[in-house]
Design a protein around this ligand. Structure first.
Ligand code: PNS
Length: 160
């Protein structure tokens, strides 16, 4: 069984993330969306809230599950017999950071291969922080996040 891990902060999950998860689910037997800790980010949603939102958006994807982990990604990959880390690449600006992460993960766990999927063109500019900023100022984020979690995101972020 080929298991892939799709890690991220997902604060909150966007249509861009969902596109990568869907495409990964066609390439691997099983995909675990892993809500992980990025120490350089202050999140607006708790880990549990992010897990619940991802579950709602992926419930129609049979081979996708959601998990949360507060340790090193490379250790999670090893302990869960995953063969790949799947990341989306939007632009050249993502590359340097992702390249560094991928080499560090491989250094910690030599079996942790990172597979990059290029973003679909329509999501090239999209990020969770952009969504949060638009929502904060009352803008329309309905094109950017899955419909099922739109209300929840708007309610939370407008209060900030
Ligand atoms: O969506 P993000 O914030 O860009 O995702 C980054 C994330 C959470 C995947 C990354 O910070 C991560 O892997 N965190 C877990 C801790 C870890 O293994 N860090 C990398 C060591 S090189």
């Amino acid at each position: 069984m080929r298991i892939a891990v799709c890690p991220g902060s997902f604060d909150p999950i966007t249509n861009g993330h969902l596109d990568i998860i869907k495409r990964a689910s066609l390439l691997f037997d099983k995909v675990v969306v892993l809500v992980s800790v990025n120490p350089s980010k202050n999140c607006s949603f708790t880990q549990e809230e992010r897990v619940e939102m991802i579950k709602e958006c992926t419930q129609n994807m049979e081979n996708v599950s959601v998990d949360t982990f507060s340790g090193l990604l490379a250790d999670y990959v090893r302990d869960n017999n995953a063969c790949a880390i799947v990341k989306g690449l939007r632009a050249v600006s993502d590359f340097e950071y992702e390249f560094q992460q991928s080499l560090a993960n491989k250094n910690i766990n030599p079996n942790a291969e990172t597979v990059f999927l290029t973003t679909s063109a329509e999501f090239m500019f999209l990020s969770s922080s952009l969504v949060k900023q638009i929502a904060l100022f009352g803008g329309d984020i309905s094109d950017f996040v899955p419909q099922v979690i739109l209300d929840q995101i708007q309610k939370r972020l407008r209060k900030l």
